[in-house]
Write a protein that binds this ligand. Sequence first.
Ligand code: BJW
Ligand code: ZN
Length: 295
Amino acid sequence: MIVRQLSGRGFLNSHLTDMARPSSDLAALREIFSEAKNVAIITGAGVSAESGVPTFRGAGGYWRKWQAQKLATPEAFSRNPSRVWEFYHYRREVMLTKNPNPAHLAIAECEERLSKQGRTVTVITQNIDELHRRAGSKNLLELHGSLFKTRCMSCGHEAANYTSPICAALEGKGAPDPDTNDAQIPVQQLPRCEHEDCHGLLRPAVVWFGETLDSDILTRAEKVLDSCDLCLVVGTSSVVYPAAMFAPQVAARGVPVAEFNMENTPATMRFKFHFHGPCGTTLPPALERHETEQT
Ligand code: BJW
Ligand code: ZN
């Protein structure tokens, strides 16, 4: 219910009067955590930063001379599918060398521990790197798809694909340096659909700007956000909708929200807690077993 009802940038900028500064009292958060039955954890690129995965915005957010957000659009793909495939091929190759970090692992461990106590932890991630899954998170909603899934532009068939390079023509391509020339791979040599002899052009099964999120995933996220009694928001700049409004909406119904980030975001002042610093350091102590927890 709450997710679709409020949209627009104005949501984060409005009603900011009378906001108290968020607290960084870890003991107080842990007290609330020890009583919470349904915990929602919203994550963004910052949760993977300490694994060596570049964040989307900021210094690491460039590939060649383009900002990542300029390439993550349907228009960029239809103008130049070869360039966009080079960009995603590069990121797939990078991801194959990266591993979950202490923040991913603490989240997965906490889900497993609480589930034995009849409590739930759900991760709602904007990331497409699958590091939560690899860390062991099972109750996981991947809002923006996966780097390791493809969708056919002709028949719509979706499939997991971990092969790298994903097609012969991308071998050795995708170098990120600004002076690298485009490979200009002919469209017939880009990844093609093998489903029922379709041969249509494949695209990464991710959600680009201007595209709608999967409605089933969105419905499941709404349910989690409507029923959680504690929400953590980790490593996201909170500027991309609809995910940017999830935690503020939870806070608006009086539920404690704790932000873990290296910086303040447009949503920080709406939250009860803010823990400044790298989440690989700040998150594990917040999620570790509380003395009052059953074993
Ligand atoms: C650390 C750290 C450490 C670093 N520890 N922290 C309403 C108003 C205005 C516009 C819109 C609107 N509704 C929809 C839109 C348009 C658009 C949008 O939101 N635009 C905004 C930019 C204004 N949204 C959409 O188009 C969405 N579609 C949609 O809503 O459809 C309906 C609709 C369409 C159009 C109009 C209206 C309705 C789809 C959004 C899809 C986003 N896709 C991407 C690319 C995915 C594929 C790929 O990766 O290639 O998803 S964009 C990119 O941003 C990626 C990310 O998931 C997403 C969020 O970024 P994230 O995760 O927050 O990363 P960063 O880099 O921004 O931030 C990192 C943070 O970590 C920073 O805060 C650091 O400080 C922190 N950090 N190290 C802790 N160690
Ligand atoms: Zn197909």
